[in-house]
Design a protein around this ligand. Structure first.
Ligand code: TPP
Length: 321
């Protein structure tokens, strides 16, 4: 059986291929926006824009990132940006992509490859915008979609979404006598995208900026649909210290609660930043007020399920080698 070290060494090779690329010094997501202190999602957007570069059109579903970036009459966006409704970011992005194709055919953007990128929060992606996204991926549009997953509907006051983890306290799943917080398991959205047989799916986190930017660059270069699921720490909704944003993202990865991997043409690969052995889940959840009410039994269940999901992922990684 292959060891985790062997997997990693294979990955490091791949990592080297992309790592030397220089980071764009240009900022396309300006400072001075209204994100909360320690917002991981705003950092992730900034990194994504750097990796995408100038020739990009962003289509943004309603959510935190739209609200904090475009307080009238200002905007933080230095790229063409469109705000659309909650359910249809991917549908609008398909239209933009089709329009760009026509412009190219007519020779109006001859020497430029302009990428269309749809973005949304977890509510706008795994719940409300899911059918539009599924359709866009199925039709094979040349577009990237990035879900910035802060694990709840944060902009409207921390309501649970299909991406909220087991046990988390939200305003619609509060712990108390009748409820123990969120009872459902986090929807496996990357796996749902893999099931669409698209060329590229990846998970990422702002706490691993080079890995995230390299994945965005790779997705940008693919002529077809691609999807990145980016865990975005939300100190406000997770009830954790705002200065712990980067650490929290790392702990999510190191405990296996949010593993980093890529699926390229159906082949799974763990990302180089994955540790050889996972840390106990408790290291991650004990720092967050949203899990404060969990009993040892509930933490035990959560831990076992994380291990099980990781095992399933590793089986796919092994059979892809
Ligand atoms: C069809 C529809 N339902 C509800 C809303 C209200 N609404 C706007 S943003 C939002 C929450 C967005 O959550 P998410 O997509 O997870 O992004 P986040 O704010 O967490 O970044 C909601 C419920 C809406 N604008 N449209």
């Amino acid at each position: 059986m292959n060891t985790a070290k062997q997997y990693r060494s294979g990955l490091v090779e791949n990592f080297d291929l992309y790592a030397p690329k220089l980071v764009d010094k240009e900022e396309y997501f300006a400072a001075g926006h209204r994100a909360c202190q320690g917002c991981g999602e705003a950092l992730a957007i900034r990194l994504m824009c750097k990796a995408l570069g100038r020739d990009t059109v962003i289509v943004n579903a309603t959510g935190c990132m739209e609200v904090i970036s475009t307080m009238y009459p200002t905007t933080a966006w230095k790229l063409p940006w469109m705000h659309v409704a909650f359910p249809n970011a991917a549908a609008v992005a398909s239209g933009v992509e089709a329009g760009l194709k026509v412009l190219r055919r007519k020779g109006k953007i001859k020497d430029r490859y302009v990428k269309t990128v749809g973005i949304g929060g977890d509510g706008g992606t795994v719940d409300i915008g899911l059918q539009a996204l599924s359709g866009a991926m199925e039709r094979g549009h040349d577009m990237l979609y990035v879900c910035f997953d802060n694990e709840a509907y944060m902009n409207t006051g921390i309501q649970r979404s299909g991406a909220t983890p087991f046990g988390a306290s939200t305003t619609t799943a509060p712990p108390g006598k009748a409820s123990r917080g969120n009872r459902t398991w986090k929807k496996n959205m990357p796996e749902m995208m893999v099931a669409h047989n698209i060329p590229y799916v990846a998970t990422a986190c702002h706490s691993y900026p080079i890995d995230f930017m390299n994945k965005v660059k790779k997705a940008r270069s693919i002529k077809g649909p691609s999807y990145i699921h980016c865990l975005s720490v939300c100190p406000t909704g997770w009830r954790c210290d705002s200065k712990s944003c980067i650490k929290m993202g790392r702990l999510a990865v190191e405990t296996g609660a949010f593993p980093l991997y890529e699926v390229e043409n159906g082949k799974y690969r763990l990302s180089a930043d994955m540790p050889e052995t996972l840390r106990p889940l408790e290291d991650y959840i004990k720092l967050q007020g949203r899990f404060r009410h969990l009993t040892p039994d509930e933490i035990g269940y959560f831990q076992e399920r994380v291990k099980l999901e990781y095992k399933k992922l590793m089986t796919k990684v092994k059979s892809s080698r």
